[in-house]
Write a protein that binds this ligand. Structure first.
Ligand SMILES: [Zn+2]
Length: 259
């Protein structure tokens, strides 16, 4: 029974992941999320519970609609698996219920932003707004003791967001949004406040390294891609944040003025 809570975290993650998929496919289309994924997008056949089990239905149906054989987007199982793994990581990092709830919400908003940015190369302002509110909450409230613990943030915690976001905002401004999208600065503002200066700085460096490596690989192996091709940057910012938040990589923790 040792792993009961871990398994519960995984299962809960897949359920939220499938809701997130519905949200991602419906967002800005005018269709209600409350409808759920009730019909096949191709043949409009009503889908039943056994067609909609996260991850498993996709595998059992080999990625095709049971009724018309149309391909089901690989996004469904990928987002469900990602949400499940994030749920587990959040549980391992923040095992109390309140802290798990808060950070799981943060990571689901980040997952939404990543997938949306990959699909549309833009970050919806509503998602950035929710994340900004959560990051401001994290500046003055900690949930890790299992209760709501309010505190006064030090000056470096307050400056972390603006300091880390500034280079990205400047990049957007000087390139008029071509080198760096307008949504990346505000996203980094929230990440800076959520992670703090040293972890946030480490995450930002990791994002640039991973982004640059992947960009070069793509240019080498794909002829169509040039230095000017628009690469969504939010996924790299979030992967950097993921590495520091869950695996505690910190390049700067020895900096004396931050002790
Ligand atoms: Zn169908």
């Amino acid at each position: 029974m040792m792993f009961l809570l871990q398994i519960a975290a995984l299962l809960f993650g897949t359920i939220v992941g499938s809701f997130l998929n519905a949200l991602l496919f419906r967002f800005n289309t005018g269709r209600s999320v409350a409808e759920g994924r009730s019909k096949c997008m191709h043949c409009a056949h009503t889908l039943f519970a056994f067609d909609l089990v996260p991850v498993f239905s996709y595998i059992l149906l080999r990625g095709r609609c049971r009724y018309c054989g149309a391909k089901i987007s690989i996004q469904y199982p990928l987002v469900e698996v990602a949400a499940a793994l994030l749920s587990l990581l959040v549980y391992l990092e923040h095992p109390t219920l309140l802290a798990y709830g808060f950070w799981f919400l943060v990571w689901m908003v980040l997952l939404f932003i990543v997938v949306y940015d990959l699909r549309h190369t833009v970050i919806p302002w509503s998602a950035s707004g929710i994340l900004l509110v959560l990051s401001l909450v994290s500046l003055v409230v900690s949930f890790d003791t299992g209760e709501v613990f309010m505190f006064v943030p030090d000056v470096w915690s307050l400056l972390a967001g603006p300091i880390l976001a500034l280079p990205l905002i400047l990049l957007s401004a000087f390139s008029r949004g071509r080198l760096m999208g307008w949504g990346d600065g505000p996203l980094e503002l929230s990440l800076g406040w959520l992670l703090g200066l040293t972890l946030g700085g480490t995450a930002l460096m990791l994002s640039f390294w991973i982004g640059a490596s992947l960009g070069i690989l793509l240019i080498v192996f794909k002829k169509g891609l040039t230095m000017k091709s628009e690469l969504p940057f939010a996924p790299f910012l979030v992967v950097g944040a993921l590495i520091v938040h869950f695996f505690h990589v910190d390049f700067f923790y020895t900096l004396p003025f931050l002790w």
